[in-house]
Design a protein around this ligand. Structure first.
Ligand code: DGJ
Length: 548
């Protein structure tokens, strides 16, 4: 782990240095660094306009940003949901309708309108691939399938997935993406509406797990490239086990073809394809960063258990090939999971290996959304969070996200200052109804509000997921923000008992705490616990003490 950590730390430092030397002049004539990632208190944070920034985001449905008019009513709605950032696609087919003729009028209008609504943007580059497919490439690319070859499906017919081995596709994508980034720099570097960019969307091979056109097979039957071999050898003990086990089972060979090094099978096909997807995407990212060096990430369609490579979109930045992506795509800052399945903790644990920083660009917009945002920001220090199809939520989920983001927005200066030891988060439901977290001298036993016998919901068949973020602000002082949690306090040193000195709720205004109620009596169960009831959102300032 340490070696990889060291390499990544080094490349991050380099990145910080590169970023640090690029400044721009903002509207009032001050010098500002462009949006970039920085390491502070042992964690990575995003800096926007020289300030730490927590992305409280939402991703638009795929077609929403194809009309400035359609978006007019949506921007203020998103503002009301307490978003500070919108994840918005930019479509290659829209910005380069004819080869070499770029039209940024739609993008310009949307950036202008986002900024007028005080919203930042993360741009999603719908380039060569969108959910495996090549549906967003311009028609001049689609139609010229000899110049831009497609991959072959299981049935032996071409499918609308452009080959990662197509140099022409790579060149054309790099050119368009570089033109976009150059333009964004020109119109937006001073304002910093655009703060990060996603390169392609959910890249992944379907049908066979690897490409089978002649250009691909030529590489498949050649030796594993030197750069990958060198990385494997140097990081032998630190590779993710999924990859190391394949290499180990094939005898830890230090050269040979893909099948010689990793064995024969679908997972080797996926490793091979991942290397070439990552190389392609990295070149696109590098071409864009050469124009405007914003942080860039790739997103992933997570595979379902029991489904074979090729039946799920294979070889994207998935956990089992994350070493391949980290090695082959150094211009990509983050590998990011998209969540349409329930097991948040399982996947977040996988995505925080190999020094990868968590950012959640897509999460199904359902009623568990509030609990998940508290958990992923509190526990994993995620750079940000974003429900998908944010403009289409019903009243219930809109209320949940608006209240949760309001709490997080108030706490964000403290969240961004926190190190790994003084902030944590929980996610609770009926199955996992309690969790215990340690903070210095204290243990917090956190339970779902429905565990309280007297609130009448204990036997309900479904429990809404709940969550909270907890920040330790002093030896005996804490802030708890969230919904639906009850916390009991225990001493680490069991010769003591722990009691509540005080709890007050309130709000932060520009980082200044405004207390409202002194919570005691029924509200803290006569000094026994802290409680933020289900369907309430609150920030509570807690002081504890120990006694004998
Ligand atoms: C994941 C993709 O990245 C999104 O663009 C969208 O297609 C969602 N899936 C589901 O609708």
């Amino acid at each position: 782990m340490h070696h990889i950590h060291y390499i990544c730390q080094k490349s991050k430092l380099l990145l910080m240095l590169c970023c640090a030397i690029f400044f721009c002049i903002n509207g009032v004539g001050q010098t500002t660094s462009i949006p970039h990632l920085e390491i502070k208190n042992n964690r990575t944070i995003l800096i926007v306009n020289n300030q730490p920034f927590l992305i409280l985001g939402g991703e638009l449905g795929n077609s929403a940003a194809s009309s400035r008019e359609h978006m007019q009513a949506i921007w203020p709605h998103l503002k009301k949901l307490h978003l500070n950032t919108v994840l918005m696609p930019v479509y290659w087919e829209n910005i380069e309708p004819e080869e070499n003729r770029f039209d940024f009028s739609l993008v310009d209008g949307l950036i202008n309108d986002a900024s007028a609504n005080q919203l930042h943007l993360v741009l999603l580059w719908f380039g060569t691939w969108k959910n495996s497919m090549s549906c967003y490439v311009p028609s001049w690319v689609k139609k010229d399938y000899e110049r831009f070859p497609h991959t072959t499906g299981k049935n032996g017919k071409s499918q609308e997935i452009i080959s990662a081995f197509s140099n022409e596709a790579l060149k054309a994508d790099c050119k368009a993406f570089a033109a976009l980034m150059k333009h964004i720099k020109q119109i937006d570097a001073a304002k910093q509406t655009v703060i990060m960019v996603q390169v392609e969307n959910e890249v992944g091979m379907l049908g066979p797990a690897k490409e089978t056109i002649p250009a691909a097979l030529k590489y498949f039957n050649s030796n594993v490239p030197d750069d990958l071999m060198k990385y494997l050898i140097e990081n032998k003990d630190k590779l993710v086990p999924e990859l190391r086990n394949k290499w180990a089972a094939a005898g830890y060979k230090t050269n040979g073809t893909w099948e010689e090094v990793f064995g024969k099978g679908l997972s080797t096909d996926e490793i091979f394809q991942a290397y070439f997807y990552a190389k392609f995407v990295d070149e696109v990212a590098a071409a864009g960063k050469a124009e405007y060096d914003l942080p860039m990430y790739v997103n992933t369609a997570l595979n379902r258990p029991g489904v074979l490579p090729g039946d799920y979109p294979s070889a994207g930045p998935l956990p089992q090939v994350m070493d391949i992506w980290k090695m082959a795509a150094p211009h990509i800052d983050l590998l990011s999971p998209d969540f349409y399945n329930p097991d948040t903790k399982y996947w977040c644990d996988l995505y925080t290996r190999q020094n990868n920083d968590l950012f959640i660009p897509e999460m199904r917009f359902d009623s568990s959304i509030g609990a998940k945002v508290f958990f992923t920001i509190g526990h994993y220090h995620s750079l940000g969070f974003s429900p998908f199809a944010i403009e289409s939520g019903n009243d219930k989920v809109n209320t949940i996200i608006a209240n949760s983001y309001s709490v997080l927005q108030q706490l964000s200066p403290l969240i961004l200052e926190s190190g790994v030891s003084n902030m944590n988060g929980v996610l609770l439901d009926k199955k996992n109804s309690t969790d215990t977290l340690a903070f210095g001298k204290y243990l917090f036993k956190i339970s779902h509000d429905n565990t309280l016998g007297w609130n009448g919901h204990k036997n309900d068949s479904l429990w809404d997921a709940v969550g909270a973020v907890i920040i330790q602000t002093g030896e005996d002082e804490f802030l708890v923000g969230g919904s639906g949690v009850v916390i009991n306090f225990l001493p680490v040193d069991t010769t003591y008992s722990t009691g509540i000195l005080s709890i007050e709720n309130g709000s932060f205004n520009n980082g200044v705490w405004h207390p409202l109620l002194h919570l005691n009596g029924d509200e803290d169960h006569q000094g026994r616990h802290l409680c933020i009831p289900l369907h309430d959102w609150d920030i509570q300032h807690l002081k504890l003490y120990r006694y004998k």
